[in-house]
Design a protein around this ligand. Sequence first.
Ligand SMILES: *Cc1c(COP(=O)(O)O)cnc(C)c1O
Length: 428
Amino acid sequence: MLDKQNSGKLFQSAKKVIPGGVNSPVRAFGSVGGTPVFVKSGDGAEIADEDGNKYIDYVMSWGPLILGHCHPQVIEVLEDTIKKGTSFGAPTALEEELARFIVKRIKSIDKLRLVNSGTEATMTAIRLARAYTDRPLIIKLEGCYHGHSDGFLTQAGSGMMTSGMPASPGIPEDITALTIGAPYNSSEAILSIFRKHGEDVAAVIAEPIAANMGVIPPVDGYLQTLRDVTADFDTVLIFDEVISGFRVAFGGAQELYEIEPDLTCFGKIIGGGLPVGAIGGRAEIMDLLAPEGSVYQAGTLSGNPLAVSAGLATLKFLDEKNPYIQLDETTELLEMAMTDNLKEAGIEGIIQRVGSIMTLFFTKNEVRNFDDAKKTDTKLYRKYFHGMLDKGIYLAPSAFEAMFISTAHTTAHIERTIEAQREVFKGI
Ligand SMILES: *Cc1c(COP(=O)(O)O)cnc(C)c1O
């Protein structure tokens, strides 16, 4: 067993001053039990905790760290930028450079607004869609997660799913009534909702690759259905690429599947490990934002030079080095070996993967939507999670999250992970 004395003490003490001891619920290990690891430092693909334990990290800050912890190029620009001042509340050349970079590389994006988180990005995208269409309703896909703003917290993935919360108190019914849920991957369901409510639907918001109920790729034709039906009804199609953007390809899922949304939300990788989010899309819609238009949105720290320089360094690296084939190969190696491990141990499991994000679901059948995901064996995941943690492998403390593989994960890391898993499976 790991020595987690210091983490344990910190957790007890944090609980007295921070609700639940953490600043984002899933960090508390609620669904897997035990004491959360208090992280002291990270380096490449590894982290160290407050008790001196080391782990191979497959959470990677939940996605932003596609280049690993403390990538030299990111650290270098941060050191450089910090000396020139940390925030101005005035425009900087860095913001122009980041926006221009993305507009040039991603076809669906004419203009981009920077914010501080994925939550802010999706919140603003919805406001824009409602203003553009002058309609009230939004369609959200069950099990997708779009941050924690009021209209998105029904049948949401991520932490809410992990803790089994169908909805959150504190949100007036008048607001939840404006969100219509639709099962992921069902073209029939979305068409039927449009037949009934189409004229009132401002936006469909979708994770083009669902990654907050575990990784669930879109079935053939599904994204095209979303594109077609929204075009037919003059509804805004929003792709929430907070995870998939710059992850499955530089241009995200929209590049991979060749479907252009009207608006795109970014987060995570776009900040290179610092807080950045963004909304981008067609000029006609984006120009509704103040001060060009009258849809209000603002932020004291938006476009913060430190955050933007880390994001820009990360995106430049991804663009220049194009590590996506390498990421895919590394992750495939892990996937294949894990499949062998499952077979050898006689454990029912299925691995779903797109590029460098993947999930091992403890179940027999393919997982295609929220209901399928909820039926997987979370008790078994709990045992698996702690077994792996004890062997120095840091997985997400939830059965409904992705593993994130970075360019810092080497074949040696993968081999150690596979060996650890083989042993853990033996004991299950
Ligand atoms: C993480 C995430 C968000 C929320 O981003 P925050 O920066 O945590 O507010 C929104 N959408 C998706 C798809 C995400 O994975």
